[in-house]
Ligand binder design. Sequence first.
Ligand code: G4F
Length: 344
Amino acid sequence: MQTALITGVAGQDGSYLADLLLEKGYTVYGMYVASTRMNSSQVCLAFDNIKHLHGNKQFIPVSGNLMDLRSVEIVIEQAKPDEIYNLAAQSHVKRSETEPEVTRNTNAYGVDRILYAARKIVPNAKFYQASTSEMFGNAKAPQDENTPFAPVSPYGEAKLFAHQLVKDNREKGFFTVGGILFNHESERRGMSFVTRKITYGLAGIKLGFENHLSLGNLDAKRDWGHSKDYVRAMWLMLQNKTPIDYVISTGETHSVREFIEAAAQVLDINIEWKGAGVEEIGMWNNKPIIKIDQSFYRTREINVLCGNSAKAQNELGWKPEIGFKKLAEMMTKNDLSLRNKQGY
Ligand code: G4F
């Protein structure tokens, strides 16, 4: 039986990957960052995304932090994994502008630490690193494995540093891969990412809990897929005979505005756009429900991300099953029912 270690297990990707590996019969060690608010025998219950794994004997939550080498060593010594999926990160791009050191410490040096510990304790383990399309910056779309990297945020820079470490380790003979994943979302997405902010916010407006939603740049374009599809690609990369980095994307790009419209349609909200730039507003029933707040703008924005995942599709047999409209629909319906239940 295979054993996997997933860092960042309580995030959307970590939790979907845990579900996938458990289904495949793996024993899964899920690394999380502990806090004094948690009861150590009921860790899963402290995190929405892994609540359903509470009591699952094949799932073992383990406390560890990429900022602390010794803690990572202890986790790897305990788990002795065949596969390591390093998904833990400070994953918010905007936050990396105001917390660049935390971002580098986790996303760059943290990867150095876990690679060092893995090489020392389980040198034959296969290692997956969550690399990202953010490393491309404003490189010409569509981006693929041969597109030069040009990050524009501390987040993208730190991830590129880690991607290079993964490559260096591979050249030294270790099975290490960096999956270059484009934006991927889900019903388990964190609330501060734009898609979830939109679906949760619009559901609240529809139910009369909120008057409006404040957003930043509506014209940025992203290649959005569903996290469930993307964790399958992570697993496939570690089942490959040789370690190779792949781009994972849908190949379609849409603006933030289009995502708002897709989510609004699910709720029968007809948005009428008025004005331009920071003065723009989205109107519904003669009320402003979308407003622009400059504080959500990035210092340096990536204007268009659109990935070409042909290599992964041909060599791994991977393909995305959930497209843009379906993604917006699933997230919106989920948030409508969640907010209904919450009653606020
Ligand atoms: O949802 P976002 O914060 O995702 P972003 O910055 O593209 O990063 C995500 O995808 C990366 C892969 O390319 C990952 F590596 C990363 O960890 C993360 O998962 O923002 C998407 C777009 C941006 O252009 C942003 O400027 O939405 C725009 N936006 C407009 N208003 C907003 C908002 N973003 C956020 N978070 N909040 C807003 O109010």
